[in-house]
Design a protein around this ligand. Structure first.
Ligand SMILES: *[C@@H]1O[C@H](CO)[C@@H](O)[C@H](O)[C@H]1NC(C)=O
Ligand SMILES: *[C@@H]1O[C@H](CO)[C@@H](O)[C@H](O)[C@H]1NC(C)=O
Ligand SMILES: *[C@@H]1O[C@H](CO)[C@@H](O)[C@H](O)[C@H]1NC(C)=O
Length: 324
């Protein structure tokens, strides 16, 4: 009986949240305009709460073929998204920004320009795990990016994907402060989403020592529902309750190593958690790699991104939530 009652409550809750939320593809930049952070909430140009839902691309060095307008068009229309996240590789065995900055910048620019044309938001990710060791390159990149595109309300910056198990107050936070200062010289107001230690999960450390005297900063949470569950939701809830604005710039429905299975029940608990709070979330990934986290089946061409017959088990759940 108790179980039945809880089940009914759970279904009722899901029903309510799916009635009040909308297809993200309709929630465009021309509708919401300049974003800002009000307390723990992301709000639009009218100060109303706004939710971004969408897709991360895969590492630029390994799937450059998705870094163009064909894919971005489909991310909006068929993945039902109002945000795309290009993921610029920095330092991999196959290269990245440190060795090939011009080529990497061209890939990012193609996605940013497509997002502007398609009237959706774009979250530019510096995909690094030890970004404090590449501060000079990062400042150079974000200076250029914010000079070139900072006037568009579409652009959102993510200067540090996932700090590993590093010290927040003396290592990660000073890195962010340096990048924020550089961006703010060119772009006074667009959103900046900052990574936290332990692969962007230790929101508690950031809540205890937040970045001060800056506006429009959110803190990123990354989770993979097969691995990160109630204890990570508890940490996130406590951080939000303490006043920290949180943005889910990367999540998966599978294990943290991107492997199957899709954990449907935990994924639904996360969606419920995020919907209750009107949080924004970006799935990893528009990828056709043969792994559980990929939204697309192997061999999916840019022209077919998120078409129904090309979605994996994970891709189907994600697209369903982007539009409902
Ligand atoms: C994007 O890249 C794909 C794969 O290389 C190509 O088929 C498609 O025509 C490109 N689209 C645009 C708009 O350049
Ligand atoms: C923030 O601003 C306050 C008031 O202007 C100032 O006292 C404080 O030193 C500033 N803190 C930082 C970290 O810049
Ligand atoms: C999902 O996670 C829950 C909680 O850890 C676990 O009980 C369940 O077996 C998992 N489901 C799958 C499909 O792995």
């Amino acid at each position: 009986m108790k179980f039945l009652l809880l089940t009914c409550l759970f279904i009722a809750n899901n029903w309510i949240s799916s009635v009040i939320s909308k297809d993200a593809a309709l929630e465009t930049v021309s509708k919401h305009g300049q974003l800002s952070v009000d307390g723990v909430n992301l709000v639009n140009q009218y100060g109303e709460k706004v939710q971004l839902k969408g897709m991360s691309l895969f590492w630029s060095v390994w799937m450059p073929y998705y870094y163009n307008k064909t894919t971005v068009d489909n991310i909006k229309e068929y993945c039902h998204s109002n945000i795309v996240r290009p993921m610029m590789a920095i330092d991999t065995k196959d290269g990245g920004y440190l060795t090939d900055p011009d080529n990497e910048e061209a890939l990012i620019d193609a996605v940013v320009e497509a997002a502007i044309e398609d009237d959706i938001y774009v979250l530019v990710d510096w995909q690094d795990f030890e970004a404090e060791n590449h501060l000079e390159q990062s400042l150079y990149f974000f200076d250029r990016l914010s000079k070139k595109y900072g006037g568009y309300p579409n652009i959102i910056y993510e200067p540090y994907n996932e700090p590993i198990t590093l010290e927040w107050s003396n290592v990660v936070k000073p890195y962010h402060e340096a990048v924020i200062k550089t961006i703010r010289n060119n772009d006074p107001d667009n959103l900046i989403v900052v990574g936290t230690p332990q692969w962007s999960q230790r929101l508690d450390l950031a809540a205890a020592d937040p970045i001060l005297n800056q506006s429009n900063i959110m803190y990123s949470l990354h989770f993979y529902a097969g691995t990160h569950q109630q204890s990570e939701r508890d940490i996130t809830k406590a951080a939000i309750d303490a006043g920290l604005p949180v943005f889910v710039s990367e999540y998966g429905t599978v294990n943290a190593d991107a492997s199957l299975p899709v954990n449907v029940s935990e994924t639904l608990l996360w969606y419920e958690f995020m919907e209750e709070r009107g949080m924004s979330y970006v799935n990893f990934a528009v990828s056709d790699k043969e792994e559980g986290a990929a939204a697309l089946i192997p061999g999916t061409p840019p022209e077919k991104v998120c078409w129904e017959d090309y979605l994996t088990e994970s891709g189907k759940i994600v697209v369903e939530h982007n539009k409902a």
